[in-house]
Write a protein that binds this ligand. Structure first.
Ligand code: ZN
Length: 150
């Protein structure tokens, strides 16, 4: 288990250093801004939605490694998904990062998102890991106000 944890940590650090889908999207039609006051993480999500599908997604963030890496992995998972699928994945991800640390999640079921399972052991980091997701959901629901994790 420790080796897996180390590997996951490496993936998180790598996504923090070289985030995927980073930068503003030119032709976005949905956007939202998220803020996690507990840690000071801020991020903006830009989505291009066509026929109820996420055709493109990009983000800009300033904050801790967890918030940035989580948003980066999230964009790779969400690209090409339908809005409904995105909402389902959000629920799944919430469950993954909040389930008691004692229960091992089904790693096969979670795919790339499983790297964030370790966050469960650090309750203050849960909001960092979920900020990007909350912000995407707010953008999809077309809420213009800023999202905070409070
Ligand atoms: Zn954070």
């Amino acid at each position: 288990m420790d080796e897996i944890k180390e590997l996951y940590q490496e993936i998180i650090l790598d996504h923090n250093k070289n985030p995927k889908n980073y930068g503003e999207l030119e032709n976005y039609n949905y956007t939202s801004e998220g803020y996690n006051p507990l840690c000071g993480d801020r991020l903006n999500i830009y989505l291009q939605i066509e026929d109820q599908k996420i055709k493109d997604i990009r983000f800009v963030a300033s904050g801790c490694a967890i918030s940035k890496a989580s948003a980066s992995v999230m964009t790779t998972v969400l690209k090409g998904k339908s809005i409904e699928e995105a909402k389902e994945l959000f629920k799944k991800f919430q469950k993954l990062i909040t389930t008691n640390a004692g229960d091992e999640p089904d790693f096969k079921e979670y795919g790339k998102l499983a790297v964030f399972a370790g966050v469960r052991e650090f309750p203050t980091r849960v909001k960092c890991a979920s900020l990007g997701w909350h912000t995407v959901i707010a953008a999809l629901e077309d809420k213009n106000e800023m999202v905070t994790t409070e």
